[in-house]
Write a protein that binds this ligand. Structure first.
Ligand SMILES: [Ca+2]
Length: 467
């Protein structure tokens, strides 16, 4: 579908009566439950099913029973924009989440963005978010509170607005439905899993379908792992043992949730997705990919992508098509027969045909933009990746977004194009743009078109400091 046709189709959906058609009880019974499991800063090579030494049998089990994507992508190379892209199906900068949300910033996922949770809730689903949020801040020094998960479609939530503090162990900053819960005992991933399980148990015997969104804090800094798991790796450097144990602890938490789905006999009608929000800070976890977290090279955005749906997705299947976070909303919409959000440009395409092992044509190539990264923009079509940078592009990664950043990112022009064949050159170190001028032009034309549309849509942020 062309961009124009797609926008027309979306406009048609916005006609009165076509928005969020009501859902009959009969229809609800047939709708699959949806569980999204996501880690924070975990690398592509941190799971045994993706070639790691770290043993992750529960997550591997999802791949054994479902489909593993080899070329799956986050929406951005760091937390907040990637999460915005996942929940909205939109390139994050369209939503105004241009970077991770630092303390005391007005930047957040606006309430008028339409999330997967809102769409499913309107369809009759019960919805729950547990774990890290990082799409708004609730503890600003100016007393302002940006939209909590209930404002984005979640009936129930237990979360931290950013990282668990002081570390993954005994966190003190979780909130439940807007109320501070105070100091907790245990590890963040286990506490998050247990809260999700308590909520799941309330779903037992109900005809209403559910959406459980589990966003673990691990293995983002600051790490803490159970001593008994660390002790298994006494042959490793202490930092490595801590990391291995951290991933294994998440795997155990995933296992607990999957076991409860089995016990409650919910597994057969539940789609489970597993991924990580962006590339790893630990370089080794990015393997042979170039760069790591914060970069738009593969090391910053390539992630594990696993989908399990018993009876629908072939067990043990592997898919090599490029796909990613922004495809999740349109995929869920197609599965649940929910119209795409009216009036919003959706950058992703439903990958239901890929899950069904059918022919798949993407509406718009996968595209990334991050103003603090070099490259600053990337597009992938088939095996080809085009990267681009502005003339001057230095912006400190740790600098909180201010008005000069916004002026810069809104006005920058993409130049310095480089073309890579990712199948033949996984490390992205051979620019083949001069060898393939036709391919360069094809990808450049599409990149500039998507970039222009995105930049014109991305909101100016009210209240940024201007130093
Ligand atoms: Ca992250």
């Amino acid at each position: 579908m062309s961009l124009t046709n797609k926008i027309t189709a979306i406009s048609l959906l916005s006609l009165p009566g076509l928005i969020f058609p009501s859902c009959s009880k009969e229809n609800e019974k047939n709708l699959p439950n949806i569980v999204i499991l996501m880690t924070d800063d975990m690398g592509y090579f941190d799971l045994s099913c993706y070639g790691s030494e770290i043993q992750t049998p529960n997550i591997d089990g999802l791949a054994e029973q479902g489909m593993k994507f080899t070329d799956f992508y986050c929406a951005a190379p760091n937390c907040s924009p990637s999460r915005a892209g996942l929940l909205t199906g939109r390139t994050p900068s369209r939503t105004g989440v241009y970077d991770y949300i630092p303390p005391n910033t007005p930047m957040h996922l606006p309430e008028d963005e339409i999330t997967i949770a809102e769409l499913l809730k309107n369809k009759g689903y019960s919805t729950c978010h547990v774990g890290k949020w990082h799409l708004s801040e609730w503890t600003r020094e100016d007393g302002m509170t940006d939209p909590t998960p209930d404002k984005q479609g979640f009936d129930y939530w237990f979360a931290v607005d950013n990282n668990s503090s002081p570390s993954h162990m005994d966190p003190v900053n979780f909130q439940r439905m807007g109320e501070k819960v105070g100091p907790l005992k245990g590890y963040s991933c286990q506490l998050v899993a247990e809260e999700g399980i308590k909520w799941l148990k309330k779903m037992e015997g109900k005809e209403q379908p559910f959406f459980l969104n589990v966003w673990f804090n691990e293995p983002h800094h600051k790490l803490a792992s159970p001593p008994e798991l660390i002790a298994k790796h006494s042959d490793l450097e202490p930092k490595e043992a801590l990391y291995y144990a951290n991933i294994e602890n998440v795997d155990l938490a995933v296992g607990k949730i999957l076991n409860v789905l089995e016990e409650l006999q919910l597994s057969d009608n539940t789609i489970v997705m597993f991924t990580s929000d962006n590339g790893p800070w630990r370089r080794t976890s990015a393997g042979h990919f170039r760069a790591k977290k914060s970069s738009l090279y593969e090391g910053g955005i390539r992630a594990p992508g696993i989908f399990k749906w018993p009876g629908k997705i072939t067990a043990g299947s592997v898919n090599n098509e490029p796909a990613g976070f922004i495809d999740i909303l349109p995929t869920i919409c197609e599965i649940t027969e929910i119209p795409l959000p009216p009036g919003k440009h959706i950058d992703g395409t439903s990958i239901l045909p890929l899950l069904n092992e059918e022919e798949f044509v993407r509406d718009q190539s996968l595209f990334w933009f991050f103003y603090k990264s070099s490259p600053t923009a990337v597009i992938r079509k088939g095996d080809y990746i085009l990267t681009a940078d502005p003339v001057e592009n230095y912006r400190s990664k740790s600098h909180p977004i201010d008005q000069t950043d916004l002026d810069y990112l809104k006005s920058l022009k993409l130049v310095k194009f480089q073309l890579f064949n990712i199948k033949e050159d996984v490390g992205q170190d051979r620019d083949i743009s001069e060898l393939m001028p036709g391919k360069l032009e094809e990808l450049k034309t599409e990149m500039l078109s998507v970039h222009k549309s995105m930049i014109s849509e991305g909101p100016m942020l009210e209240g940024l400091i201007s130093d």
